[in-house]
Design a protein around this ligand. Structure first.
Ligand SMILES: [Zn+2]
Length: 120
């Protein structure tokens, strides 16, 4: 199980709503199993798939996972998602439309749902 700060959840919700109907994509920073911050990295925001500019992603040991939005109500990792999950960290959040805490889920590198606890 991972924990995530309330403020990070709020940032994810706001950012996803702001870029809708495009996908929001970012990385997650933290330590141990606590997600402490969004690490904004250069990325292409697409309508059906976003990707990181790998050439511009800094090496950062604080990066423990990824987050991206799905502009649809479908909240499961795509095959492309699974490819990028393996490359960055160990916890991956997908938030789907309409972007609330209820449509936010966390997955491991294999696309299996993980428990995520929101903390102050
Ligand atoms: Zn996706």
């Amino acid at each position: 199980m991972y924990k995530i700060r309330q403020g990070v959840v709020e940032s994810i919700i706001i950012a996803s709503r702001n870029v809708h109907p495009l996908e929001f994509i970012s990385m997650l920073g933290g330590r141990d199993r606590v997600i402490e911050e969004l690490v904004v990295v250069p990325a292409h925001f697409g309508e059906s798939h976003s990707s990181y500019r790998l050439d511009l992603v800094p090496f950062d040991e604080q990066i423990i996972g990824t987050v991206h939005s799905h502009p649809s109500v479908y909240n499961h990792p795509s095959n492309a998602d699974l490819d990028s999950f393996e490359r960055f960290g160990k916890v991956h959040i997908i938030i789907s439309y309409p972007y609330t805490l209820n449509t936010l889920r966390a997955f491991d590198n294999y696309g299996k749902t993980m428990k995520l606890q929101v903390i102050e």
